[in-house]
Design a protein around this ligand. Structure first.
Ligand code: PEP
Length: 248
C-alpha cells in the first residue's frame, strides 16, 4: 500500500512573515494524519520556515535544484546545499521552469540526478500542454519526459523519487483534469515504469497537480493510481490546504 503525499507549492508568493504564519497554521491544524505532507517554499525562506515546522509532521521541499553539483553557476542552489539544511524534497521540471526558464528534458534529468546523489527526493513534474493533448500527443510527451530521466538516472533512482503528473492546461487555470483523465495518465505512467521495473512502479508515489481544490481533492485522491497531490494556489490558504490534506 502506497502512502499518500500532499505537497503544497507556494511558488513565488508571500512575505517571510506571511510564510511563517501559514506554516504555523498548518503545523497547528494538521493533527494526526497517516499521509505525508510537505510544502515547497521559496529558497530564501527555507531555513526560517524549517524553524516554524520543527517538531511538526510537515516536511520541506525546494521548488527547483541545480543541474550541477557545485562551482561557477551563479544564482543556482545545489542539492548538497538543500541537504545541508535538511530539505527533504525538490521539485524538478515544474512546467513553469520548463516554459519560462528553458528547462529541457535533459536538464531536468540532470537536476533529478543531483537530487538523488544528495538524498534529496526529486519530485519529477511531467505533463502535456493543451495543444499537445488536443493533438493526441499526451502519452508521447509523457514518454519523452520520463524516458530522458530513466536513461540518465537509471530506473533504480525511481525508488527514491516521486512523480507529479501536472497537465499544463490545468495549472493555475481553474481547469482540473477529470478524475478519469488524471487516472488514465497516472496508470499510463505506472505501466511505463512497470515495463522497466515492476516493483518500483508498484511503490512509486504519483501525485496529481493542476487546480486541486478542497472540493475536487477527495474524488481525485480516490483514484487507484493517484497517490496525492501537488497543490499550487490552494496551498496558500491554510484552511483550504488542510482540508485537501484531510481529503485522502
Ligand atoms: C503547481 O504549482 O504545481 C500547481 C499545480 O498549481 P495550481 O494548483 O495552482 O494549479
Amino acid at each position: 500500500m502506497r502512502r499518500s503525499l500532499i505537497m503544497g507549492n507556494w511558488k513565488m508568493n508571500g512575505s517571510l512573515q506571511e510564510g511563517q504564519q501559514l506554516a504555523s497554521a498548518l503545523a497547528a491544524g494538521l493533527g494526526d494524519v497517516q499521509q505525508e505532507v510537505a510544502v515547497c517554499v521559496p529558497f530564501i525562506y527555507l531555513s526560517e520556515i524549517s524553524k516554524v515546522l520543527a517538531g511538526s509532521a510537515i516536511a520541506l521541499g525546494a521548488q527547483n535544484v541545480a543541474d550541477q553539483a557545485s562551482g561557477a553557476y551563479t544564482g543556482e542552489i545545489s542539492a548538497a546545499m538543500l541537504a545541508d539544511i535538511g530539505i527533504k524534497y525538490a521539485l524538478v521540471g515544474h512546467s513553469e521552469r520548463r516554459s519560462y526558464y528553458g528547462d529541457t528534458d535533459q536538464s531536468v534529468a540532470n537536476r533529478f540526478v543531483q537530487a538523488i546523489k544528495q538524498n534529496v527526493i526529486p519530485v519529477l513534474c511531467v505533463g502535456e500542454t493543451l495543444a499537445e493533448r488536443e493533438g493526441n500527443k499526451t502519452f508521447q510527451v509523457i514518454d519523452e519526459q520520463l524516458d530522458t530521466v530513466i536513461a540518465t538516472a537509471g530506473i533504480e533512482a525511481f525508488s527514491k523519487a516521486v512523480i507529479a503528473y501536472e497537465p499544463v492546461w490545468a495549472i493555475g487555470t481553474g481547469k482540473t483534469a477529470s478524475d478519469e483523465q488524471a487516472q488514465e495518465v497516472h496508470h499510463y505512467i505506472r505501466q511505463r515504469i512497470a515495463g522497466v521495473h515492476p516493483e518500483i512502479a508498484e511503490k512509486l508515489q504519483i501525485l496529481y497537480g493542476g487546480s486541486v481544490k478542497p472540493d475536487n481533492a477527495k474524488a481525485l485522491f480516490a483514484m487507484p493510481d493517484i497517490d496525492g497531490g501537488l497543490v499550487g494556489g490552494a496551498s496558500l490558504d491554510a484552511n483550504g490546504f488542510l482540508q485537501i490534506c484531510h481529503s485522502v
